[in-house]
Design a protein around this ligand. Structure first.
Ligand SMILES: Nc1nc2c(c(=O)[nH]1)N[C@H]1C(S)=C(S)[C@@H](COP(=O)(O)O)O[C@H]1N2
Ligand SMILES: [Mo]
Length: 321
């Protein structure tokens, strides 16, 4: 446990209910750390500790707690994609302090019987917060393992009661020039929009996240509320969401609009379907980039195939990429 704490992450409930499998995994980490495979071990910073605690009990949703070693808090909060703050990995951590995560409201509209506007506190209390330890695979070829805090997006869907016409969900994220210096660039059309098919959105692994590492989200990771869809490339997980729209037709998404031959609507992690400009067969786990680190094989649906494979039965994943 000591080493884990030094690496920036102490599990909020570690002493109480650590399952045996996690314990075994921890021993494996310690063995690897002993072999000095991680230069990050000596350089990792302590978590800032300034953010509000947001503890959640470990999730019981199947697949919600991967056994991979969590990425250090320092790496997860300083190596980010959040183009509203710049296109460099270090830009969000440097510039996102101008984001104001409170007050915040999320509008729910479109094909639902109960549209409405939720302020952040109402949203935080809508369902019980859980901890989920998910792999996050960026389309660029790197990955992390992040302990999120939130609840299944399905909890919100149930409460707003989609009509029979609702087939897709669109997520609209904040676009405010006063808070987001990256909006002066035309690298993407703003606001950043993403979407899911309704059954994907309803899947219990689709998370509405408010925190990570037992604390509220830092701005650069999408404060105060974001989506996390662990079996899809990271860009499907929109940050700093302000509007959720239930719609009949497949909604446009930012990366598909920007480069339709390179990014599709589904964007399921798939090592067999390469990006037109690079292979997707392997990935580099952030924090394991030392001399001895090998690339990892990327897993079908990012390793969540047992949970989500059924959603895509009968689809040609090469064409609907
Ligand atoms: N609003 C918004 N959401 C976004 C992005 C973005 O640029 N803007 N980048 C995406 C990409 S490419 C990735 S890999 C993940 C990164 O999430 P993380 O920084 O919390 O690891 O956020 C996604 N969500
Ligand atoms: Mo990404």
């Amino acid at each position: 446990m000591h080493l884990l704490r030094d690496r920036g992450y102490a599990h909020p409930l570690s002493s109480e209910i650590t399952p045996r499998s996690a314990y075994l995994d921890r021993r494996r980490w310690l063995a690897l750390a002993g072999a000095a495979a991680w230069p990050a071990l000596s350089t990792a910073q302590a978590r800032p500790g300034k953010l509000t605690a947001l503890p959640g009990a470990r999730s019981a949703v199947p697949g919600a707690l991967v056994m991979d070693k969590p990425t250090s808090y320092n790496d997860a909060s300083t190596y980010n994609n959040f183009y509203e703050f710049g296109t460099d990995k270090s830009d969000p951590a440097r510039h996102a302090r101008t984001l104001k995560p409170r007050p915040w409201t999320v509008a729910v509209e479109g094909e639902v019987k109960k549209p409405g506007s939720y302020d952040l506190d109402a949203l935080l209390k809508l369902a019980t917060q859980e901890e989920r330890i998910y792999r996050l695979r960026c389309v660029e070829g790197w990955s992390m393992v992040i302990p999120w805090v939130g609840y299944s997006f399905a909890e919100l869907i149930r409460r707003v009661e989609p009509t029979g016409n609702a087939k897709f969900v669109q997520f609209v994220t904040l676009a405010d020039r006063n808070q987001m210096p990256g909006l002066s660039s035309s690298v993407l059309d703003w606001p950043y929009v993403e979407g899911l098919r309704l059954d994907e959105a309803m899947h219990p692994l689709t998370l509405l996240a408010f925190g990570m590492y037992g604390e509220v989200l830092p701005n650069q990771n999408g404060a105060p509320v974001r989506v996390v869809v662990p079996w899809k490339y990271g860009f499907k997980s929109g940050k700093s969401i302000v509007k959720i729209r239930f719609v009949e037709k497949q909604p446009p998404t930012s990366w598909e609009l920007a480069a339709p031959s390179e990014y599709g609507f589904y964007s399921n992690v798939n090592p067999q379907v390469d990006h037109p400009r690079w292979s997707q067969a392997t990935e580099r786990r952030i924090g394991e980039d030392g001399l001895l680190a090998k690339k990892r094989a990327t897993l079908m649906f990012n390793g969540y195939e047992p949970q989500v494979g059924q959603l895509y039965a009968g689809m040609d994943l090469r064409r609907q990429f």
